[in-house]
Ligand binder design. Structure first.
Ligand code: B16
Ligand code: MG
Length: 217
């Protein structure tokens, strides 16, 4: 009985969401306004281009195309400086417990991330080889909430979408998983991710018996 377990990266496997926030906040400050943590929720899982468009809308700022590209590159450089020092210590609690269990049970394990930096981050934290399939921001043409990223991940695992389970921390990502007709597991608050099939605050709340149930389903 092989199911496909698809993991988002930022905010699920590692807490890079905080580095994205810091980098965007700095950019907004440079443009003369600020971003709240609540606003940041709306940026989770959202592509780099779309994130900047949304942020500029909040600040009521219009940029030329050239400036837009410049700020996007600047944000990424800033973000890369934050992730430069990442190592296995940044893997979120009990994520290895679940990954090990899935490997032991010979389940399909894939990554479905919007980030163009995903492969680099997996290398840095030493998880690159755990994933049978990796789909990231370089592989998709339509961003979450479009289900494309997860559908390609299912294809890479050679498992039908209905037999896939997605772990996501973003509103857009849970919607994408639901649209793909996969089981969605929200990692975060019930308040933000109430549209997921299941919600846990983090992986410490997920028992291997729950994973076992998903495999048998
Ligand atoms: P990058 P995920 C997403 O990753 C982040 O949640 C989102 O905040 C970020 O803007 C997006 O990746 C693009 O990232 O600038 O590195 O290409 O949560 O889908 O793993
Ligand atoms: Mg995420």
């Amino acid at each position: 009985n092989k199911k496909g377990f698809i993991f988002d990266l930022d905010g699920v496997i590692v807490d890079t969401a905080k580095y994205h926030y810091l980098a965007w906040k700095e950019l907004a400050n440079e443009l003369g306004f600020d971003i709240t943590l609540e606003q940041n929720e709306q940026l989770k899982g959202v592509s780099r281009i779309r994130s900047l468009e949304i942020i500029l809308g909040w600040g009521n700022v219009t940029l030329t195309e050239e400036e837009f590209m410049k700020y996007m590159a600047e944000k990424n450089d800033n973000y890369l400086s934050h992730i430069a020092q990442m190592d296995a210590g940044e893997i979120l609690p009990d994520v290895p417990k679940i990954l090990n269990y899935l490997q032991k049970k010979q389940q399909g394990i894939a990554l479905g991330s919007a980030s163009k930096n995903a492969r680099k981050i997996l290398q840095k934290v030493g998880l690159f080889n755990v994933f049978e399939g990796i789909v990231d921001g370089n592989d998709v043409s339509k961003a979450k909430p479009d289900p494309e990223v997860f559908l390609i991940a299912a294809q890479k695992l050679n498992i039908t979408p209905k037999n896939c389970i997605v772990f996501e921390d973003s509103v857009a990502g849970v919607t994408a998983a639901n649209t793909a007709e996969m089981i969605s597991i929200g990692i975060g608050s019930e308040e933000t991710l109430g549209h997921a099939d299941f919600v846990f605050n983090d992986f410490t709340e997920i028992q291997t018996s729950f994973i076992e149930e998903l495999i048998k389903r």
